[in-house]
Design a protein. Structure first.
Length: 483
């Protein structure tokens, strides 16, 4: 967030708390208001609501080793339940505007890499085990220590990289950018639209949404992001009713026949903590848990730092408030996700949409969590927001996070090169973890080449070594005979 925006969003002096809720969440102290928190929590929900559709599709499309599939209605219920509970817990316990839900990427690993090797119960047991290990790392102080060991410029680079990453997600989700099919025999990986040109009503909705969002932001209109999401959803509903549209993607903006849908809690508690060891083998299980652990560990680290930085909540040392509790709750969310069979739940970078609306405290999480709880019963209504209406928010927030790039000293190559790799690798590999890993490894190598190895915190040495294993996991598995 720019300095101008920070000054505009914060009072010149601390305002007295309005009531006990204000004091508990420190709303006035952080320069926010109840209306901002409510707008922010609502905006975060609508930018995350796609997970209620996407997670059941990803997990429900895969079979386990025995040919079993998970029920989509039960998956929707589990996804909404975990998101509601853990988002509220994060708001009350961590007091950050940081929502949680089933992690994208992690759910794909569970569906297409882990489940084919074992039963669904065993696969979800590994998620629970990974979450428990995360909690142990937090309890020992190791996870928090790693975050404090990261140099401030690298933290800023992580925020910038995440900004580009989520903007790219927005462009891809809306269909403004698409992958060029391998059949095209070209080295260019992506293209404009689906055929090299923009076409179709859904993309038009996205383009109008981007223009509306940036226009409102430029005029400093309160609720700019949320106004855009609601306006474009209404426009999409009208367009869908009048035009013959082949597909909107995951979500069709049409008013549902049934407003209320009954939740099905049938998957809750279906996991086996150690069953995978007997069916798959200890070496394979350890490697799978390691992959999940590393990805979850650093994805969360990047998200927490990025959201806190964008909200202006980092202290003078670049530290996140209540970090220990925040990380413990995130680890508990992974356990909850596995126990509910909805895959590992984690902190969502889409929370930046709420921060863009002014959310600065955990009170916004109460709003987001309540909407997820409402989604248990009103999923047909709350999932009519098409990606084309929500994606402009990600593009706009990507810009806001990008402004932190000016704080990095680009004349010092020892920090500039790792920062660049962190920023570039995230969107180019579609992974926060990969970007952090590339930056860590480059930082350690360059410091060593310059004879400054002693300046590198020992935890960064350890993390970089783990990332080398992470990047080389395929040949390591081959050497160990896992593949």
């Amino acid at each position: 967030m720019s300095e101008t925006q920070q000054k505009a969003d914060r009072p010149t002096r601390e305002r007295p708390a309005v009531n006990s809720v204000d004091r508990f969440f420190r709303i006035s102290e952080r320069g926010s208001t109840f209306s901002r928190e409510i707008r922010g929590g609502t905006a975060t929900f609508f930018t995350m609501a796609y997970i209620l559709v996407l997670n059941p599709i990803i997990l429900g499309s895969a079979e386990d080793k025995f040919g079993h599939r998970l029920d989509s209605v039960q998956l929707t219920t589990a996804t909404a339940l975990v998101a509601a509970v853990m988002t509220i817990v994060m708001g009350v316990g961590g007091n950050l505007p940081l929502a949680l839900a089933a992690g994208l990427g992690l759910n794909a690993v569970v569906a297409f890499q882990i489940a084919p090797l074992m039963s669904w119960d065993d696969a979800m047991g590994l998620i629970v085990l990974e979450g428990l290990l995360i909690c142990v790392l937090v309890a020992t102080g190791l996870r928090e220590a790693v975050m404090h060991a990261i140099p401030q410029p690298l933290k800023q680079a992580i925020s910038v990289g995440i900004g580009l990453f989520i903007a790219f997600i927005g462009f891809v989700d809306a269909g403004f950018v698409s992958r060029i099919p391998d059949a095209a025999h070209t080295t260019v990986p992506v293209q404009l639209g689906g055929t090299g040109t923009l076409g179709g009503w859904p993309v038009l909705v996205f383009c109008l949404g981007v223009l509306l969002t940036v226009g409102l932001l430029a005029r400093k209109v309160k609720g700019a992001i949320l106004i855009s999401i609601v306006a474009m959803t209404l426009l999409a509903i009208v367009i869908d009713s009048l035009a013959d549209i082949k597909s909107w993607g995951l979500t069709t903006p049409a008013w549902p026949d049934d407003v209320v849908g009954a939740p099905d809690f049938g998957l809750i508690g279906h996991f086996s903590l150690f069953g995978a060891f007997g069916r798959t083998g200890a070496v394979t299980v350890v490697l799978l848990v390691f992959t999940l652990l590393l990805s979850d560990f650093f994805d969360t680290m990047g998200t927490v730092v990025g959201i806190s930085a964008e909200a202006g909540l980092l202290n003078d040392k670049g530290e996140v408030p209540n970090l220990g509790r925040v990380l413990l709750i995130d680890g508990a969310a992974a356990v909850a996700g596995g126990a509910a069979s909805s895959s590992s739940a984690t902190s969502y970078i889409e929370s930046a949409a709420g921060v863009g609306e002014g959310a600065r405290t955990g009170f916004s999480n109460l709003v987001t969590g309540a909407l997820f709880a409402l989604a248990l019963f009103l999923t047909p209504v709350l999932t009519i927001v098409p990606l084309q209406a929500a994606a402009p928010a990600l593009v706009a927030v990507g810009f806001l996070m990008m402004t932190q790039v000016k704080s990095i000293d680009w004349d010092r190559y020892e920090i500039a090169i790792p920062a660049f790799l962190t920023i570039a690798v995230m969107p180019f590999t579609y992974s926060i973890t990969n970007g952090i890993g590339a930056g860590f490894v480059a930082y350690v190598v360059i410091k060593t080449v310059l004879g400054k190895a002693k300046e590198v915190h020992w935890l960064l040495w350890g993390a970089s070594a783990l990332f080398l294993v992470y990047f080389a996991i395929d040949p390591i598995e081959q050497v160990l005979g896992v593949k």
